[in-house]
Design a protein around this ligand. Structure first.
Ligand code: PBG
Length: 328
């Protein structure tokens, strides 16, 4: 009697069949969104040094790549354009035949049912590298939001299903919703990067998208990593402005924030972005055989979903989908 333990947790860990029956979180290819970098100049295409395994593609290479993604049952792509020209007001971001509109059409040509999401921001299109228009050394909030509305309309016109504004301007979702509706794109969805931190985990992306700020930093518009309550305010404001879905970014260091936003808005689809620095850290260790890439990636994606994300933007989307298929 001395050793009577009523609840033995290990009973339900006995073998893989039992563990599978009691598993609470399951990953599926349909959880994933594949980010893609698309370049206008052929000489900008090729591998990204700080993100081993990730490349930048030209529009003509995109067909094959997107065909493979659709085949792996990943339902969506998130497009980032790298234009050939930049200026102070991001004018190449609103060209009807600019890099993102071309990429959207190329994706649609090969994958009719693919959900095409476009990143709506200015940092790859401005010569100063900030996410908005500068006036008197500051990012001008309302002029930037108006510009983001124009960019969203440009992408919707090319066939984007959802636009994903990532500039962290106040009122940007309202400006985009208004601009889309006025242009007749009332069915284009908005996946707002509502909760985006001023994170050092974006380092490798700035090489990939050629978008590092040329002066100062992004702390006057992106959130302070120390704040979680503020995330709830950002989420609520974006929903009130008309966001259809929310995003928390980065993911792994912000699992508590994912959980809080999901708890506050259980009826709103939530995306989490496993960003470039998260990717590069795991790849760097895996390349040295310090960790097992597949196991660590699937564990990290499971953790992000367990925290409350319904969708995960990850550079491993297509690869993880294939791993899951191989295991089943
Ligand atoms: C652009 C943007 C960034 C990322 C997505 N959109 C960079 C930034 O804000 O500096 C980062 C994505 C990643 O690191 O994978 N505003």
């Amino acid at each position: 009697m001395s050793n009577r333990i009523k609840r033995r947790m290990r009973r339900l860990r006995t073998n893989e069949s039992i563990r599978s029956l009691v598993r609470e979180t399951r990953l599926s290819a349909s959880d994933f969104i594949q980010p893609l970098f698309v370049v206008e100049r052929p000489e900008d295409a090729g591998p990204i040094e700080s993100m081993p395994g990730v490349s930048r593609y030209t529009v003509s290479q995109l067909g094959d790549i997107v065909g493979g993604i659709a085949q792996s049952n990943v339902p969506a792509v998130l497009l980032f354009g790298i234009p050939s020209g930049k200026d102070a007001s991001a004018s190449t971001a609103i060209e009807p035949d600019g890099i993102v509109p071309q990429a959207i059409r190329a994706c649609r040509d090969v994958a009719k049912d693919l959900v095409i999401i476009s990143d709506v921001c200015m940092c790859s299109y401005t010569d100063h590298g900030h996410c908005g228009i500068i006036r008197e050394d500051r990012v001008d909030n309302d002029a930037s939001s108006r510009r983001l509305g124009e960019i969203a309309v440009c992408h919707a016109n090319a066939g984007a299903d959802w636009v994903a504004p990532s500039a962290m301007m106040d009122g940007m979702v309202a400006a985009i919703r208004g601009a889309l509706d006025d242009a007749g794109y009332d069915s284009t969805g908005i996946l707002s990067y509502a909760v985006k931190y001023a994170s050092s985990f974006y380092g490798p992306f700035r090489e990939a998208a050629d978008c590092a700020p040329q002066f100062s930093d992004r702390k006057t518009y992106q959130m302070d990593p120390a704040n979680a309550g503020e995330a709830l305010a950002e989420a609520k404001i974006d929903l009130d402005e008309g966001a259809d879905m929310l995003m928390v970014k980065p993911a792994m260091a912000y699992l508590d924030v994912i959980h809080r936003v999901k708890s506050a808005h259980p009826d709103v689809p939530l995306a989490a972005y496993q960003v470039s620095g998260e990717y590069s850290m795991i790849q760097a260790a895996a390349q040295r055989d310090w960790i097992d890439e597949k196991r660590v990636v699937l564990e990290s994606l499971t953790a992000i979903k367990r925290a409350g994300a319904d969708m995960i933007i990850t550079y491993w989307a297509s690869k993880a989908a294939q791993w899951l298929r191989d295991e089943s």
